[in-house]
Design a protein around this ligand. Structure first.
Ligand SMILES: Cc1cc2nc3c(=O)[nH]c(=O)nc-3n(C[C@H](O)[C@H](O)[C@H](O)COP(=O)(O)OP(=O)(O)OC[C@H]3O[C@@H](n4cnc5c(N)ncnc54)[C@H](O)[C@@H]3O)c2cc1C
Length: 324
């Protein structure tokens, strides 16, 4: 049995969740077993059943007000309990920030081997080998998991969301928690709303110190809006409060893997590249022809961002209206 954690926000499933469900379903198919998705919190069962479309055979839902908010302790207990109830040998989750904080906890509860940052399906020709990224995405490691229970935390934006067209049954189950599972008090949760999530975005427009100041971000936001992209920035930009920390990408920020990353006025320091170098296509715009970003970029524009950006924006608008 393969159990997949289907993370939701207010009952809605993110793209990274659908990727994890499709990955688990694919794995279940090749192992001739079933794929069970675990949903936590007070969610709508008709919506939960839609996970069948992405390959879940069954959805196990644990409904409780206390699970409406993410706590690593209670979520790990819930997922480990369902995995035990279902005799799961493989547990799949997305390597999102919540996935990262629970995979090790589940592993400890189940004596399981865990691999995070997975970028391949397992190769079982000689053991159970999965490929993962290491050294901030600069290299890959092939890891053999030898424990009976295996946990795979897959990298978002790596596997396609596939439609399997199944109908999933939904089962409501109860799990016994203890006090420690709710030892953390959550006072408030503030979510960025109305914007494309950076980790899920397929297109990202990012600015660095070359943008000179927060007052110049209007054109980056406009370009992002025309392209349907998320906005990101380098570390100094968020350190100086030009942009929120939630947009900081790199070794100490978020790691992203969009189809297109446009870097404007960013030098391309190794710590920045660590978070973006797995992007499928990178475009760097920099006035310094020697900027290190050009070595990592697929396309480079040597020029002043304040001359280049209005032209790109105009072209993007034309393209959008031509395809509308
Ligand atoms: C332990 C550690 C962790 C770090 N983690 C991160 C991290 O996670 N993410 C991160 O981003 N950084 C990180 N850094 C910082 C990193 O080393 C760089 O200092 C940082 O990425 C530089 O940001 P920047 O490119 O925006 O600024 P700068 O290095 O100042 O580069 C600005 C660039 O803009 C160009 N430019 C200037 N004016 C224009 C213009 N008008 N038009 C076009 N181009 C122009 C310049 O030629 C230059 O290349 C880390 C550093 C350390 C030591």
């Amino acid at each position: 049995m393969i159990v997949v954690f289907a993370e939701n926000i207010n009952g809605n499933f993110k793209k990274s969740t659908l990727e994890a469900v499709s990955y688990a379903a694919n794995l279940a198919q090749s192992n001739s077993t079933s794929c069970v998705a675990v949903v936590l919190g007070n969610t709508d069962d008709s919506k939960n059943a839609e996970l069948g479309k992405y390959g879940a055979d069954k959805v196990v839902s644990i409904k409780s007000d206390k699970l409406n908010e993410f706590r690593a302790e209670s979520y790990a207990t819930a997922i480990a309990s369902v995995a035990s109830q279902q005799n799961a040998t493989i547990i799949v989750l997305s390597n999102t920030s919540s996935g990262k904080s629970i995979s090790g906890r589940i592993a400890a509860k189940l004596n399981a081997g865990v691999v995070s940052g997975v970028v391949s399906l397992p190769n079982t020709s000689n053991g159970f080998v999965v490929r993962k990224t290491v050294f901030s995405g600069k290299a890959f490691a092939d890891v053999n998991i030898t424990t009976p229970i295996k946990i795979l935390a897959i990298t978002p934006n790596t596997f396609d969301v596939k439609e399997f067209g199944k109908t999933a049954s939904v089962e409501n189950v109860e799990v016994t928690f203890n006090e420690k599972d709710f030892a953390t008090t959550i006072e408030n949760v503030s979510r960025v709303t109305g914007k494309i999530s950076l980790t899920e975005a397929e297109l990202v427009v990012s600015g660095g110190r070359g943008m000179k100041g927060p007052e110049n971000w209007g054109i980056i936001e406009e370009l992002a809006s025309v392209l349907g992209a998320a906005t990101a920035c380098s570390k100094p930009v968020s350190d100086m409060d030009w942009r929120p920390h939630s947009e900081h990408v790199g070794q100490t920020g978020i790691t992203i893997k969009p189809n297109l990353y446009i870097a404007i006025g960013i030098s391309g320091a190794i710590q920045h590249l660590a978070g973006v170098s797995s992007s499928k296509v990178i475009v760097a715009i920099n006035k310094d022809p020697e900027a290190p970003f050009f070595k990592a970029a697929d396309y480079g524009i040597v020029g002043d961002a304040f001359d280049v950006l209005p032209k790109i924006l105009e072209a993007a608008k034309k393209l959008k209206s031509a395809t509308a």
